[in-house]
Design a binder for this molecule. Structure first.
Ligand SMILES: [Fe+2]
Ligand SMILES: [Fe+2]
Length: 340
């Protein structure tokens, strides 16, 4: 065996690492509960390719129904397709900020899950409407209306990314995570409702699995917030109030219907949106009725209100759902934190 080399005068200390650097050199665990959730996420992993796709046949639907299903998944993709990038960005941030190890791992697991959710949109659309969401040529008025609405949705989806990438560095964790929590509350509500409404075996399994993932994401967000909320300042509290209204305005597009105040849409968007959603409903996708959606969304928002009020955060007024609170008027694209 070679002899160790010990320099005269002792070992030379390695240079200080300039901060922030990309990774911490240890696996610090402060929140055991998060570590346990991460373990669970690995055991619950599923593969969208293994859903019973042979049971999803284009010929089982009318053309209007197929278009309606494609349209619904295109609306969903407008949210879910941002998921992997949004959480990948948050994962990098957690490494740079040297968050404890389970926080980094949980963000990674959400990124993994969101990639699966996006894949469900991709696979369904590929089976029922090849070329969708946008890479196809409409051949009549109904198809043109769908194509045009999807184009407008995509326009809106493109408006918040710069704001988000800035927000990740700018906002403190409680602000970011209140928005994340709200997105996960919305997503778990949506998929629970859809799973109960659908009659199709592929969609039933898909929505149940996605719903389970979203509930786990919600648990992650709540666990992180319980650590972060005690140190809130008044400024942060009022920022969170605005964020809650922004989340409502943004997420309503998929949970219910888009309210005024952020969405840039042509005047005919909503009536055509309703026609297309009705075709998706008629196809047995599990899209709840307008009233059922409103009721589910109202219950979810009321749960969020109960959570944030415990920490002295004022809830914004949601007159659309008859929920009282602090009026928040205009929402800027910069204020949208896109999560699902
Ligand atoms: Fe998701
Ligand atoms: Fe999620």
């Amino acid at each position: 065996m070679a002899d160790l080399t010990i320099p005269e005068g002792g070992f030379w200390p390695a240079p200080e690492i300039p901060q922030p650097n990309i990774y911490p050199m240890e696996w610090r665990v402060e929140t055991e509960k998060l570590a346990a959730i991460y373990e669970k996420s690995k055991r619950m992993v599923w593969n969208p390719a293994d859903l019973p796709w042979d049971g999803l046949k284009a010929e089982d639907f009318t053309r209007e129904q197929r278009l309606g299903i494609m349209y619904w998944f295109a609306v969903l993709a407008n949210f879910d397709a941002s998921g992997p990038a949004v959480f990948a960005r948050a994962t990098i941030q957690a490494f740079e900020k040297h968050e404890e190890d389970p926080v980094r791992k949980c963000f990674f697991s959400i990124t993994r899950d969101e990639m699966n959710h996006e894949e469900c949109c991709q696979r369904t659309i590929a089976k029922l409407w090849p070329g969708g969401p946008l890479n196809w040529t409409p051949s009549d008025d109904l198809e043109s209306a769908a194509h045009n609405n999807i184009g407008w949705l995509y326009h809106n989806g493109g408006r918040y990314w710069n704001g988000y990438t800035a927000a990740v560095g700018k906002y403190s964790l409680p602000v970011l995570f209140t928005s994340f929590m709200m997105g996960e509350m919305a997503a778990s509500t949506l998929f629970r409702g859809m799973a109960s409404g659908t009659q199709h075996p592929v969609f039933s399994e898909m929505f149940q699995r996605i719903g389970r993932d979203e509930s786990r994401h919600l648990q992650i967000c709540m666990t992180i917030l319980e650590n972060e909320w005690p140190g809130l300042t008044d400024d942060t509290r009022s920022l969170i109030t605005r964020q809650l209204r922004a989340g409502f305005v943004f997420l309503s597009m998929i949970l219910w219907e888009p309210p005024e105040g952020f969405w840039e849409l042509p005047p005919y968007f909503l009536s055509n949106h309703r026609v297309l959603m009705n075709h998706a409903r008629d196809a047995g996708l599990g899209v709840l009725s307008y009233e059922e959606q409103a009721e589910n969304w109202r219950v979810a928002m009321a749960r969020i209100r109960a959570i944030v009020e415990r920490w002295g955060i004022a809830f914004p007024a949601i007159p659309e759902l008859d929920l009282e609170g602090v009026p928040v008027e205009f929402i800027d694209p910069e204020e949208i934190i896109p999560v699902f």
